[in-house]
Design a protein around this ligand. Structure first.
Ligand SMILES: C[S@@+](CC[C@H](N)C(=O)[O-])C[C@H]1O[C@@H](n2cnc3c(N)ncnc32)[C@H](O)[C@@H]1O
Length: 254
């Protein structure tokens, strides 16, 4: 735990309620040793956080992010790496073009690289996170922008064989509407993999009764086809994750 996180842990949390009365969603069953890191993460996920506040929270946190969300405490990058490796045979991986959305400090790229993927671009709105990512020397192109607001004009339609998101879904993070853009930039026959905390489907208002119905609607419209939806234990803070895997059928804007 970093000094910054430790200071936050001493603020006092009881039954999911911080001093001052604001509820901290999801903290109830988090182990004491993880509570500082949970609070550090929560600074970027506070209920009602704006996009701008979220971007700044990540830039402020960037140099401590990998320590606070170390493997074991947060396993999204490994889960995402395995999901792509399950789909693409080892002898094809070096030519698979991937967009890592919400790339953060580049942990997903690191896991993909270990599994034999080499052509990886990053999309990430937080300059502080991108700076750490750049130091890894894994990614090719880097797009400093969010997904889900304006179309990312720098990325033409049908650009990627795979798009992956780990940890990019959450309060004030990637909006439901971003799914359209995901489909636009992936080639027909390519895949979209989204790894996220399962409980966000039940309390992040942007997603409750909206994210999965929207995904289903796009499937009904033959924009994409669900390949799998599975629950993974120990995604982060000993909580379950959910992995969505879709094959793109029809790229918008092509
Ligand atoms: C928990 S971090 C995950 C980073 C990395 N994928 C990982 O697994 O370590 C969430 C990241 O999502 C990014 N993010 C939030 N909203 C986004 C959006 N609309 N488009 C793209 N990235 C976004 C944040 O800036 C942050 O870097």
């Amino acid at each position: 735990m970093t000094a910054k996180s430790e200071n936050m842990a001493t603020n006092g949390v009881s039954n999911g309620v911080k001093n001052g009365g604001a509820k901290i969603e999801g903290i109830e069953n988090v182990q004491e040793t993880d509570s500082g890191a949970y609070l550090a993460n929560y600074r970027a996920h506070k209920k009602g956080i704006s996009h701008e506040e979220m971007v700044k929270a990540y830039s402020d946190w960037a140099n401590n992010y990998d320590v606070d969300l170390c493997p074991g405490r947060y396993n999204g990058p490994e889960i995402a790496g395995d999901a792509l490796a399950d789909h693409f045979p080892a002898d094809q991986r070096s030519s698979v073009k991937i967009l890592d959305v919400a790339a953060g400090t580049g942990r997903v790229g690191h896991e993909l690289h270990k599994r034999g993927f080499k052509l990886i671009d990053a999309l990430e709105p937080s300059p502080g996170m991108l700076e750490v990512l750049s130091g890894r020397n894994i990614y090719q192109e880097k797009f400093e922008t969010p997904i889900g607001y304006d179309a990312v004009e720098a990325i033409p339609p049908n650009s990627y064989d795979a798009l992956v998101i780990a940890g990019g879904m959450g309060e004030g993070h990637i909006p439901v509407q971003a799914v359209d853009e995901m489909i636009r930039v992936v080639k027909p026959g390519g895949i979209v993999v989204i790894v996220m905390r399962e409980e966000y489907l039940s309390y992040v208002q942007e997603y409750v009764d909206k994210l999965e119905p929207y995904m289903d609607d796009l499937e009904a419209k033959s924009q994409w086809k669900r390949l799998s939806r599975y629950i993974v234990p120990e995604y982060s803070f000993n909580k379950n994750g959910v992995v969505f895997k879709y094959e793109v059928i029809n790229s918008n804007g092509a």
